[in-house]
Design a protein around this ligand. Sequence first.
Ligand SMILES: Nc1ncnc2c1ncn2[C@@H]1O[C@H](COP(=O)(O)OP(=O)(O)OP(=O)(O)O)[C@@H](O)[C@H]1O
Length: 215
Amino acid sequence: MPDSRTPSRPLLAAHGLAFSRDETPVFGPLDFSVDAGEALLVQGGNGAGKTTLLRVLAGLLRAEAGRVEIDGLPARPASRARHIAYLGHLPGLKADLSALRNLDYLCGLHGRRARQTPEAAMAIVGLGGFEDAPLRTLSAGQKKRLGLARQWLSPAPLWLLDEPYANLDLDGIQLVNRMVEAHLREGGAALITTHGAYAAPPVRTRLLELKRPAA
Ligand SMILES: Nc1ncnc2c1ncn2[C@@H]1O[C@H](COP(=O)(O)OP(=O)(O)OP(=O)(O)O)[C@@H](O)[C@H]1O
């Protein structure tokens, strides 16, 4: 993974970041940062604004106030595209393509991590043998695993993982944690939303507690 960052700059920083919908505050103002090699666990109950925060960080929603910096510079579409890999509730996969063709397609669009292949990533997430299965025939947990394979293949250092443990069995939860651990060891960082700390990966972790602000 190319790394031109100086160690003193966080990979991601938010300053006074706030978001409202129809003048109703959803979150913020928030200040936080994540360094390479760290995970930020974003905790909060249903509706606390976790997904909304990740979508703002990914540039899919516009913040009402504050700013986001990537690698010490204001976040721009090009820097977000280069630095961020986002695993959302809808993994952005095509229902009629096979599992493997989905990964090939996404690698063609976004590039892939050095020395990794879609076939190897499918084996890592426990989907060996499902290469030719049309995506629509996979279970929710298998789709989540395919999303994790896509995440693993991405060359982007900053992972935004929205409820990565949802739909996964115990083995899948441990898989997420192993992947996050390996990604951080290689100099990446991860923001992970969760309802509770029950499944946090064994890595250097900061905590961001989200509570809906008073209107
Ligand atoms: N597209 C939308 N239009 C209007 N309101 C929305 C939309 N998406 C989310 N909201 C509202 O914004 C608030 C925050 O939602 P968000 O999905 O960010 O919460 P969350 O913490 O991720 O919740 P959960 O744990 O249930 O997934 C909620 O009150 C929700 O109803």
